[in-house]
Design a protein around this ligand. Sequence first.
Ligand code: 5GP
Ligand code: MN
Length: 338
Amino acid sequence: MIDTRILEITAELDGAENIVIVPHRGPDGDAIGSSLGLYHFLKDKGHQVQVIAPNDYPHFLKWLPGNDSVMIYEQEKAKADELISQADIIFTLDFNHLSRCGDMELPLTEVDAVFVMIDHHQEPADYAAYTYSDSEMSSTCEMVYNFINKLRANKNITPEIATCLYAGIMTDTGSFRFSSTSSDTHRAIADLIDKGAKNAEIHNNIFDTNSQDKMRLLGTALSNLKVNSEFRTAYITLSQEELDRHHFQKGDTEGFVNYGLSLEGIIFAVIFIEKENEDLVKISFRSKGDFDVNKFARAHFNGGGHINAAGGRSDLSLNDTVVKFNRLLPEYREKLSK
Ligand code: 5GP
Ligand code: MN
C-alpha cells in the first residue's frame, strides 16, 4: 500500500512545515533509532521536526546522534501538547495502537494532523492516513530505511541516519540472529555501513556500557531462573526488593529474558519484573519456532507484540502472577511439550 501511495506522501511532505515523530512508551533501540533516523532525514529536508517520546529510556541509547533534541512527554507536557497541536504530519513509529504511547494517547487522538504509521507489529489499528505495516520486517528501522528508499532518497542517508537505523536493526534482531533477519536486512545493514554507520562502535556503545550493578542484578536474575522441562519453559522473577538492592536503572533488565532461551531445549522464556510504584508486574515473553507469545500475552496478560517476542502486565502480586502463569502452561501442552 505504501508503494502505491508514495506520491501522495511525497506531496503531504512537500506541504508540511511541522512534523512530530512519536515512538512507543518504554522506547527501545528500534523505537528511538527509527525516530532519530527519520528525524535527521526530515530535518535535512528542511522541515521543523520534533521527536516526542512518551517517557524516558535507557542510557545505552542516549549517545545516538540527535538524542539531545528528543523531548520526553512526561517531563514537558505543556510544550509537547503545543507542538502536537501544531503538527501538520505525525509519524508514529514502532507501535500499532495509540494506547501504546501512554498519556500521549489523548492529545494524539484529538489533533487534526496527517498520521503516518511505520511499524512491524501484528494487527495495526486504523488511525493513520498512511499505514506502512509489515509484521515480517525485522524492525521499524529497516522499514524507515525502505521508506527513505521509496522516496528515492537513498543518496541522502547521512552517517547520522545510518548510525540510528543500524542501532535499531541491531537491537531488534538480537544482533542479526532472530529469524526476522532476512537477506534484505543484511543488504540494508551493508548499505548503512557504506553510508557511515560504524558497526563496532555501535555494538560497543549499546552492549559494552554496563554498570556493575546491572551485572550483579543479572546474577540475581539467573539465580532465580526456574526451568520447567516438561513444557520446555524457563522463567525469571525479579522482585522490587531485588531491583532496589541493585540500584535498578531504566534498561538494566534489557535482554535478561533471552538467557532462558539460551538453555538447551527451552523454547519459551519469560521474565516477571515487579514494579511496585506502578502496582503491576511487567512481563516479557520470548519464544523459538511457532509458539506464538503475541497470542499468549494478549490472551492472558493484557499485552501483545510479535510471534517470538511480546510483553504484557499483571495486576496480581508477583507470586500470584507466577502461579497463574504455571497453571496456564498445561493448556499449551500440544505446542510446548515435545
Ligand atoms: P519487551 O518484552 O521487550 O518489552 O517487548 C517485546 C515486544 O512486545 C516489543 O515488540 C513490544 O513492543 C511488545 N510489547 C511489550 N509490551 C507490550 C504490551 O504491554 N502490549 C503490547 N501490545 N505489546 C507489547
Ligand atoms: Mn521494533
